[in-house]
Design a protein around this ligand. Structure first.
Ligand SMILES: Nc1ncnc2c1ncn2[C@@H]1O[C@H](COP(=O)(O)OP(=O)(O)OP(=O)(O)O)[C@@H](O)[C@H]1O
Ligand SMILES: [Mg+2]
Length: 540
């Protein structure tokens, strides 16, 4: 018996008679709507009557030039294998296997797009085999050849094996081809979907990672951007800051007054994971001992005269944030012991209390003293010193990084001009020379104050001239040896030569006391010196 309306005789071939032994009732009109398995693996949704499908036109599925799909056929009857192979070999690469075990071995080896299995196999049932196939080739589409009499058991089989379709025996070759074509379309769709989904997931992950990275970068830039400096010394400072920002490492910032210790401490906090928590700064030199202790560790009521109620210390206030201990070198020995305890055990004890409390704070400390020497000479606890300087950032004095002076000067000029509504746009060369040459014992703070003062007194000048600078800055004697002087980054050769000329002329005049003798010393005619000074905007 052949498949109903489709069996008009035209499409019969050798496979049909041989399949007769497997023949069972056909489900010509049966439309088994099966619930989706909702599992991994190929789509299977509707099991439709095969005859309905048979009416569609049949074409090969693989576009010319494309890799042909591989199909695995499992049946213990050589005749059936042969006839299916004949039906499909023109359009696909066909692999065959006689048992489920062999079939699984093929699946392991080859990238199979479609598995067609007979239900009646020697060792395991077709459904069992197809179920095992899911683990090996999850995306392969599974079709069952069946001669089942009982609709319910077929439905169950289809569900259990998460089978895409069944083909009832006996079959017509064009039915088989049509089913295979449809199945492979599903396979392609599923593969495409899977690829798209995985590409999408990857893109998403990448995007998320990039976003996080960018956000961190922007935040860090923002925190770091306030710190001006392009000198190698400052580049090294930035490098270390970047490395420690994400950690909880205790940092000791050393440097003369006004070198930016405060600025750096804040930048580390605001570019790290604790940035949404508090940054609490305490100047350890600013308070008498007891008050400092109570400030940092808190106190209970009555702990000392005037302690009218309990008070939380800064270490508790800064929970999960950062405590900045400024001028830590000025602490007295008792305080040093207490600080050691916080660093070692993360514990504090409020004044007047017998209980200790755990705190989670990052500690950044700063000092303008030479703490190592203080420790060596027993003025500062050595163990505390080593606990504090897990990472040490040394901020170089401004005179050791003069190439940063033009950058800083312009930065402060722009800020002050904006704030005070001045038109000032820059510095005359002579003024800049003076700024670069000055000693700046008060470091960046002194430079900042100098520029602010100049801007405040500038009226409506467009550039800061030498005469507008404070007297002591104006009188700065440039470094004697221009070879050791570092030049501002980005300066042109002509600019550097001009700066050197200015410096040599000024030195010669200062030392000889007259232009004539200066010209002699420089080995140029007096008129040339005059002209040169004019061009270099040097005051007579
Ligand atoms: N690299 C820098 N870029 C921009 N501004 C800076 C820089 N370094 C310092 N400053 C500015 O200079 C002033 C002094 O800096 P800061 O207070 O951080 O110095 P400090 O080392 O903590 O000084 P002190 O030892 O006196 O406490 C601040 O106004 C700060 O903004
Ligand atoms: Mg400071």
């Amino acid at each position: 018996m052949f498949a109903g309306p489709a069996s008009d005789g035209a499409a019969q071939d050798a496979s049909a008679p041989k399949a007769r032994e497997h023949r069972g009732p056909l489900f010509d009109s049966a439309r088994l709507r099966l619930a989706p398995a909702g599992s991994a693996g190929s789509t299977f949704a509707t099991v439709a009557g095969v005859n309905e499908l048979a009416e569609a036109t049949i074409e090969g599925t693989h576009p010319p030039g494309a890799e042909r799909h591989a199909i695995l056929v499992v049946d213990d009857e050589p005749a059936i294998l042969e006839s299916l192979e004949m039906t499909l070999a023109d359009d696909y690469r066909v692999f065959t296997a006689a048992t489920g075990e062999e079939g699984l071995a093929v699946l392991e080896r080859e990238t199979i797009a479609l598995v067609i299995s007979d239900q009646e196999l020697p060792t395991m049932k077709g459904v069992e085999f197809l179920e095992s196939a899911i683990a090996v080739a999850p995306r392969a589409i599974r079709i069952l050849l069946t001669g089942y009499a009982d609709i319910n058991s077929l439905v169950r089989a289809v569900n259990e094996g998460r089978i895409y379709r069944y083909i009832a025996k006996p079959w017509e070759p064009h039915e088989v081809r049509l089913n295979v074509k449809r199945a492979l379309e599903s396979y392609e769709l599923a593969s495409e979907n899977a690829q798209l989904a995985s590409a999408l997931a990857q893109a998403n992950d990448r995007l998320r990672a990039e976003n996080l990275y960018l956000r961190r970068e922007v935040e860090r830039r923002y925190a770091f951007d306030k710190i001006i400096g392009g000198s190698p010394a400052m580049e090294r400072v930035f490098e270390v800051m970047e490395k420690v920002a994400d950690t909880d490492a205790t940092v000791l910032i050393t440097g003369e007054t006004g070198t930016g210790k405060d600025l750096v401490a804040r930048a580390i906090h605001y570019s790290g994971p604790r940035k949404d928590r508090r940054f609490v700064a305490q100047n350890c030199a600013a308070l008498p001992d007891t008050l400092l202790e109570s400030e940092l560790f808190g106190h209970t009521r009555g702990a000392f005269t005037g302690a009218h109620q309990d008070k939380k210390g800064l270490f508790e206030v800064a929970h999960r944030g950062t405590v900045f201990l400024d001028e830590v070198g000025e602490t007295h020995p008792g305080m040093q012991v207490r600080l050691l305890r916080v660093l070692q055990d993360g514990e504090i004890r409020p004044l007047g209390s017998s209980d200790t409390r755990k705190v989670d704070v990052r500690i950044i400390a700063a000092t303008n003293r030479d703490l190592r020497q203080d420790a060596e000479e027993k003025r500062f606890r050595e163990d505390l010193y080593y606990r504090l300087r897990v990472v040490e950032i040394r901020l170089p004095p401004l005179r050791e990084r003069r190439e940063d002076i033009p950058l800083l000067a312009h930065h402060f000029l722009d800020a002050a001009a904006r704030k005070m509504g001045r038109r000032l746009k820059g510095f005359s060369n002579a003024a800049m020379d003076r700024l670069v040459a000055h000693g700046w014992s008060g470091n960046v703070r002194e430079l900042e104050n100098e520029i602010e003062r100049t801007v405040a007194l500038a009226d409506d000048a467009e550039a800061v001239g030498e005469e507008m600078l404070s007297e002591h800055v104006r009188g700065a004697v440039p470094d004697a040896d221009p070879r050791v002087e570092k030049l501002p980054p980005g300066i042109t050769l002509a600019g550097a030569v001009d700066a050197l000329k200015r410096r040599m002329i000024r030195e010669a005049i200062d030392e000889t006391g007259s232009k004539t003798r200066a010209a002699e010393r420089l080995g140029i005619p007096r008129q040339s010196l005059q002209k040169m000074m004019k061009r270099l905007e040097m005051e007579p």
